[in-house]
Design a binder for this molecule. Structure first.
Ligand SMILES: C[S@@+](CC[C@H](N)C(=O)[O-])C[C@H]1O[C@@H](n2cnc3c(N)ncnc32)[C@H](O)[C@@H]1O
Length: 329
């Protein structure tokens, strides 16, 4: 196992006028050797004594904004996309990733490259089938609305905490969108009922009769079981036939590792996401990411092996990072 990412947040940028970090967080990941089909492990992630109290006060667009740990993990994802974008063999290019990442360290290419490209590929696929709606739940600093030509005729709905948009919107104010329309929706999933979220989406112009791509990237591990169930329920109620959902997740056993990213603890994991999405009319595929999804740099794409799915029996008792894809029939 090779250590591939180690970050230690210790400085502030010019945007960051004050940092209230109650603890330092040192996070390291180990991944299998290139080509090895063994399970991926996230190790040595240090929990903070009080994760929610890890706040960063900064200026964005001339305003004072306070960003908590959960929201800040979105900046870390953007930092990873910025790094990938500089590679000659990049699997995606995000010209505004640097802008929204701020001073964050990378979330790690091992997860961000396959996850981002997986989502991009689903958008491409559904675009060919006529879809024109993308919903990003836990959108963070995602900038697909600014970078994907495929989205030319689409509406992109970004849902996240209010503080995320307080940071993000001023940074992107002068950037042209590539989609037809971009809608931001402030919502905290922990306090929203299924009905609230549904209504917010519909009030924002979401068309329940039209197929949609739902991406919940880097979200499920931060939600407890009941909040995840409510979010899943909302998505299943919104998704027209032909829609597709994608999210990453961790197995139930992985929760015992007490992982926290920049102070935001992982509190959600399951061995049976197929069952969680398993309402009538949804077809769910769960993959062990390190086993079934490979970055193919030579061809600047992913190789996805769907021949063996990550069934509950295969996952149980193991630390596994999952890719979950659920299609509305
Ligand atoms: C790891 S980031 C992923 C961001 C983005 N999907 C990406 O891949 O770049 C997780 C995101 O989920 C959001 N999030 C976490 N818990 C949330 C909650 N209870 N309500 C709304 N958003 C939440 C955070 O604010 C953050 O932007």
């Amino acid at each position: 196992m090779l250590p591939v990412a180690l970050w230690r947040r210790s400085n502030t940028s010019c945007l960051c006028v004050c940092a209230l970090l109650l603890a330092r967080h040192s996070t390291s990941f180990t991944v299998p050797r290139a080509g090895a089909r063994s399970q991926l492990q996230i190790a040595s992630m240090v929990m903070t004594a009080n994760p929610v109290a890890s706040l960063i006060a900064k200026k964005s667009g001339g305003k004072d904004v306070t960003q908590g740990s959960h929201s800040y993990t979105g900046n870390m994802c953007a930092a990873a996309r910025a790094i990938e974008s500089r590679r000659p063999d990049a699997l995606f290019t995000d010209p505004v990733a640097d802008l929204v990442a701020g001073d964050a360290r990378s979330m790690g290419d091992w997860i961000m490259v396959p996850r981002t490209r997986y989502g991009d590929d689903l958008i491409e696929e559904l675009g060919h089938k006529g879809a024109t709606q993308l919903v990003l739940l836990g959108a963070g600093m995602d900038t697909r609305a600014y970078r994907l030509k495929t989205l030319k005729n689409w509406t992109v709905f970004e849902v996240d905490l209010d503080e995320t948009f307080a940071v993000k919107e001023p940074l992107l104010a002068d950037q042209p969108i590539r989609c037809a329309k971009r809608v931001t929706i402030s919502a905290d999933f922990t306090t929203k009922s299924t009905g609230d979220l549904l209504q917010q989406m519909l009030d924002s112009g979401f068309d329940q009769s039209s197929p949609c791509v739902f991406l919940l990237e880097g979200l499920m591990m931060y939600l407890d079981a009941s909040t995840s169930a409510r979010v899943i329920h909302s998505v299943t109620a919104l998704a027209a036939p032909g829609s597709v959902v994608f999210h990453d997740a961790i197995s139930a056993t992985y929760l015992r590792e007490n992982i926290a990213v920049h102070g935001a603890p992982f509190i959600g994991g399951s061995d049976d996401y197929a069952e969680m999405w398993g309402v009538a009319n949804f077809d769910t595929t769960v993959l062990d990411m390190s086993y079934s999804v490979r970055v193919d740099r030579a061809n600047r794409g992913l190789i996805v092996d769907r021949s063996e799915t990550a069934t509950p029996a295969r996952i149980r008792g193991r630390n596994v990072v999952l890719f979950v894809e659920s299609r509305r029939k």
